[in-house]
Design a protein around this ligand. Structure first.
Ligand code: SAM
Length: 330
């Protein structure tokens, strides 16, 4: 099945995100030894963009770490293999799998979904670069199928699927060994906003009924209505790619409500100004702030006001009682 015209430009947003993430990694905002293999033409971004991606990556890394930590507290020593699942929707060339510490990675079965064109490229890059496929374990190369856009190893599964067809995604996941009973961390980083409102709501609803113990994390744009929102959304991330869902989730409350009215027990949302101020590791922040000369404070705050992180939890097993935003005091 060929993608529709608009789908090609959505896929292009993946390359754009990875260029920015690599720009940060090269400047020392965070460590990522794997991203360079996924970026053909790297380019240095402005300090404003770099700091935004730093905040995005660190905030999401902190949440994932917290998920591993709360689940680990509840597990019996010696029973730490494959106790959680990670499901990354519209994962693109995201390298989180490769960057997670070995002790955590072995606790997880990792699933990624994206359009076939994207997973084909991802599979081909992983197959072509030993430092990548060696991370998948011995002999994993045979389990990478670039033509099909599929990777199926014990540690990492990459599947081609269109998120607008949730039944198809579910069937592909189940066929690949996904276990909806396991505590699952779902990440949708700059993905749902590219879908029509009904399509993203049906993803949220499907996840809410499919997964009984899960945290779902969404990172995306908000506040399209003000002057800066209109300007920012045409200039930054979107690259000629409409943010179709933005009118339906224009603010934090709408994001929370989308989860609460679609089968999730609790949900919370914060804008990135708040996250940056009170929820990022202060030492990391101080370190990052010394990397580049930065004086665009007014624009910085305006941009950060227009991005948010939302999380929702379903907690049938009680494992996720303590999962949520945690303030970090300096
Ligand atoms: N999550 C990655 C990150 O933040 O680094 C990539 C984000 S990129 C902005 C958006 C990704 O969502 C692209 O890889 C795109 O192909 C994927 N995507 C958008 N709509 C999709 C759909 N209907 N089905 C599958 N993937 C989709």
């Amino acid at each position: 099945t060929l993608s529709r015209g608009g789908d090609i430009s959505v896929q292009g947003t993946n390359d754009d995100a990875q260029i920015s993430k690599l720009s940060c990694a090269k400047l020392g905002y965070y460590r990522d030894d794997f991203l360079k293999y996924f970026v053909r033409r790297s380019s240095r971004r402005s300090p404003l963009i770099n700091r935004g991606y730093f905040a995005r990556v660190l905030a999401l890394r902190q949440l994932l770490q917290q998920f591993f930590d709360v689940i680990s507290q509840e597990t019996v020593a010696g029973e730490e293999q494959n106790i959680v699942q990670i499901l990354s929707l519209g994962a693109g060339f995201d390298t989180t799998f490769f960057n997670v510490e070995a002790k955590d990675r072995k606790k997880a079965r990792w699933f990624e979904v994206d359009f076939k064109e994207v997973t084909q490229r991802k599979a081909a890059i992983i197959a072509a670069n030993a430092p990548l496929h060696e991370e998948l374990g011995p002999g994993a190369k045979e389990s990478i199928h670039p033509g099909e856009g599929r990777i199926q190893t014990e540690a990492l599964t990459v599947l081609p699927a269109d998120l607008r067809d949730v039944k198809g995604v579910e069937a592909a996941l189940l066929a690949a060994g996904f276990n909806p009973q396991l505590p699952t961390y779902v990440l949708a980083e700059c993905v749902l906003v590219y879908m029509e409102a009904e399509e993203s709501a049906s993803v949220v609803r499907w996840l809410g009924s499919f997964l009984s113990t899960a945290a779902c994390i969404v990172y995306e744009q908000i506040k399209p209505g003000d002057a800066f929102g209109r300007q920012m959304l045409t200039n930054l991330e979107c690259r000629g790619c409409p943010l179709r869902g933005l009118q339906a989730t224009p603010d934090l409350k709408a994001h929370q409500d989308r989860f609460l009215s679609n089968g999730w027990q609790r949900a919370d949302a914060k804008d990135m100004t708040t996250i940056y101020r009170a929820y990022l590791d202060p030492a990391e922040k101080r370190r990052a702030e010394r990397l580049e000369i930065f004086d665009e404070f007014e624009e910085w705050h305006m941009i950060q006001d227009h991005y948010c992180i939302v999380y929702a939890v379903n907690d049938a097993s009680g494992h996720l009682r303590d999962f949520g935003f945690k303030q970090k005091t300096p």
